[in-house]
Write a protein that binds this ligand. Structure first.
Ligand code: NAP
Length: 338
């Protein structure tokens, strides 16, 4: 098969679309003929040489895919050759074929194009696990989502609205803020012009955030805690603003607040807190919302996989809205939207 191989790590990295050995599915895995994968910020870090795959994972980039099952391992039940699926991967998505544990496979939700489904699993699993399973976001609560225009942000806005929350977002461009509002955000904050610590309560009847989904980390820690309502939870899933900061424990205690950090990729495949457990929740609880059209994949653009370097530049430069999908040539609809 062919795959994207990182020829020279860096920012930008140099890629080649070249022949590599086919993956061999284990007894608990299925082999997927990939129609599409998608760019995640983690791919940019891995391509730069800063985010090695977890032990046992494919060294090939790609944390998600959609496609057609080509082979089913001996111990797998519930999936058959020919099923159209999407899957959460620990790696290996930037390729014509990938082997994945059956517990990380999802059906393509009704009404979602197979190519667009390649950009769904990572954001669906990250947002559902953090906003719903970890933070317990409920109707009537306020959530602050940093980076509302990101792949993660566009899914988080919709999930939070579907759960009946008041949604505030930060982003850096007027056009991105407008599109977040169209997607359902109630409060939009330009983080370059305004301080969310004061802007959120000013627009929310004096109330802070019950939940914050944060992708910045150290740079926002103090301000995030200052923005939490009593009993609030700050869930940190990204470190774009650094990894190390001082924590004001007094501010945390006064609010009876919690700070939680999670990563999806490093979770075990099975067992408590695993990828399979999250995938099962997503299938049972989020997929019906997607099939009903209440939550949809937001696709910035579709780029042919051999041109992955261009797709990475699009994400690195910023200004995209939603996911940049990578289509395997001859496997699905023609590239469009970019
Ligand atoms: N822990 C996990 O399991 C997990 C899983 C998936 C993703 N993530 C993390 O989630 C984040 C989003 O991922 P993605 O793939 O969706 O990336 P992406 O589309 O490239 O989005 C990055 C976002 O960060 C925003 N941003 C940058 N600086 C900001 C600031 N100072 N304040 C507020 N927002 C800021 C950008 O907003 P503007 O463009 O408007 O400036 C952009 O929307 C990444 O940090 C990624 O590492 C974590």
């Amino acid at each position: 098969m062919k795959a994207i191989v990182v020829e020279r790590p860096g920012s930008p990295a140099e890629f080649t679309w070249t022949e590599v050995p086919d993956p061999e599915p284990a007894a608990d895995e299925v082999l997927i003929d990939v129609a599409a994968t998608a760019v995640n910020r983690a791919d940019l870090l891995q391509a730069a040489g800063h985010y090695p795959p977890p032990p046992g994972a494919s060294p090939i980039l790609g944390l998600e895919c959609a496609g057609t099952i080509a082979q089913v391992g001996a111990d797998v039940t519930g999936w058959a050759v020919g099923d159209q699926v999407c899957a959460l991967l620990a790696g290996g998505g930037y390729a014509e074929r990938v082997a994945v544990p059956a517990g990380q496979v999802l059906p393509v939700p009704a009404g979602v194009d197979l190519v667009h489904a390649g950009g769904l699993p990572e954001v669906a699993c990250t947002v559902w696990s953090n906003l719903v399973l970890t933070a317990g976001l409920r109707a009537g609560q306020t959530v602050l989502i940093h980076g509302g225009g990101s792949g993660i942000g566009t899914m988080a806005i919709q999930v939070a609205k579907a759960r009946g929350a008041t949604v505030a977002v930060t982003a850096s461009r007027a056009e991105t803020l407008d599109r977040c509002r169209e997607l359902g955000a109630d409060i939009v904050i330009d983080y370059r012009a305004d301080d969310f610590v004061t802007a959120l309560p000013a627009a929310n009847g004096g109330r802070g955030a019950d939940v914050i989904l944060d992708v910045i980390g150290a740079k926002y820690l103090t301000r995030n805690i200052a923005t939490l309502a009593d009993g609030g939870r700050l869930v940190i899933i990204g470190m774009q603003g650094g990894t190390t900061a001082e924590l004001d424990i007094n501010a945390l205690m006064r609010r009876r607040a919690g700070v939680i950090g999670t990563t999806l990729r490093s979770r075990p495949g099975t067992g408590p807190g695993s990828k399979a457990e999250i995938v099962a929740h997503v299938r049972a609880e989020l997929w019906p919302l997607v099939s009903a059209g209440a939550v949809r994949p937001v696709i910035d653009s579709v780029v042919d996989l051999p041109d992955a370097a261009r797709a990475h530049r699009r994400v690195a430069d910023g200004g995209h809205f939603g996911k940049v999908v990578l289509r395997v040539p001859d496997a699905g609809a023609p590239a469009a939207g970019n």
